[in-house]
Write a protein that binds this ligand. Structure first.
Ligand SMILES: CC(C)(COP(=O)(O)OP(=O)(O)OC[C@H]1O[C@@H](n2cnc3c(N)ncnc32)[C@H](O)[C@@H]1OP(=O)(O)O)[C@@H](O)C(=O)NCCC(=O)NCCS
Length: 155
């Protein structure tokens, strides 16, 4: 994998184990049901495409985890720090993840998103993702489980 996907304003670089304390702090601030340290470690060990975006002062803005299997990429996590949301970073990270997946031969990208997560769905729809189905009870929720909307885009 290339060392830096985008520079100089924001740098997108491979996620390292040393990043995980900062990643987890954002993860816990961004989600009611966050990924655990173990989930990120598993992703790193599995060799998934895992990236961070940092600003010029090295602050962590965003991160993403993508599983690329043959010609399909699966976006497993894309998160922008709450204080950095709505500045276009999520969009840039999504573009970079799609570009990187394409360079590894992926021809489509798939993801799950909560039906209640309107902001994320708007971003994915704007990018060209379309709903292709529902996964029943995919997510933990306060009152049990929540379905996932499954979305896909051709790369
Ligand atoms: C979803 C998320 C990644 C978007 O990142 P972001 O940097 O805030 O989004 P951007 O500023 O790049 O916006 C890109 C587009 O997404 C849509 N969008 C983003 N936030 C939105 C909001 N709060 N309401 C409506 N649309 C929104 C818009 O279409 C926007 O384009 P526009 O600004 O030209 O209207 C970010 O809100 C986030 O990390 N949320 C918490 C974690 C999460 O839900 N991740 C996705 C899990 S599937």
């Amino acid at each position: 994998m290339s060392a830096v996907l985008r520079e100089p304003a924001e740098r997108i670089e491979p996620m390292r184990p040393e990043d995980l304390a900062e990643v987890l702090a954002i993860e816990q601030a961004a989600y009611e049901f966050p990924w655990t340290h173990g989930n990120f470690i598993d992703s790193l060990r599995a060799g998934h495409s895992t990236w961070t975006m940092r600003d010029t002062s090295e602050g962590l803005i965003a991160y993403a985890v993508v599983m690329i299997a043959l010609d399909e990429a699966h976006l497993l996590n894309l998160t922008v720090a709450p204080s950095c949301q709505r500045f276009g970073f999520g969009w840039r990270m999504l573009e970079a993840m799609a570009e990187n997946a394409r360079s590894y031969g992926a021809r489509s990208m798939l993801l799950e998103v909560r039906p209640t997560n309107v902001a994320a769905q708007k971003m994915y729809e704007r990018y060209g993702f379309v709903r292709i189905g529902t996964r029943r009870g995919y997510y933990p929720a306060r009152d049990g489980r929540e379905d996932a909307v499954v979305m896909r885009v051709s790369l």
